[in-house]
Design a protein around this ligand. Structure first.
Ligand SMILES: [Zn+2]
Length: 99
């Protein structure tokens, strides 16, 4: 059995390296539309953020998304992403059930 290599990506909010599957991909399409890519199949420039509203808020505040996309994020997009992340179920953490 070969050990599986876990792909790691950096969250643009907290700048921590995390397994890709624990992060949400935000993608900016060639048409300039910014949205969460829940399937991992959308084309365009991507950035990764924790499934955490705080991380998304920080990424927006520090303009990390703008930097990743080399494009401004409008208030409407910001609002949309903030609403979307609240409705996305968070990955279940094993640590929670331990407490
Ligand atoms: Zn994060």
């Amino acid at each position: 059995m070969k050990p599986k290599k876990i792909p790691m990506r950096m969250c643009v909010g907290c700048r921590e390296m995390k397994p890709k599957k624990e992060l949400l991909r935000v993608v900016r399409s060639p048409e300039g539309e910014v949205s969460f890519d829940l399937t991992g199949r959308k084309s365009g420039r991507g950035a990764y953020v924790c499934a955490d509203e705080a991380c998304l808020a920080r990424a927006i505040r520090q303009k990390q998304l703008e930097r990743a996309f080399s494009a401004p994020i409008s208030d409407a997009v910001r609002e949309q992403l903030t609403q979307q992340i609240a409705s996305i179920p968070k990955p279940v953490s094993a640590e929670d059930s331990d407490a």
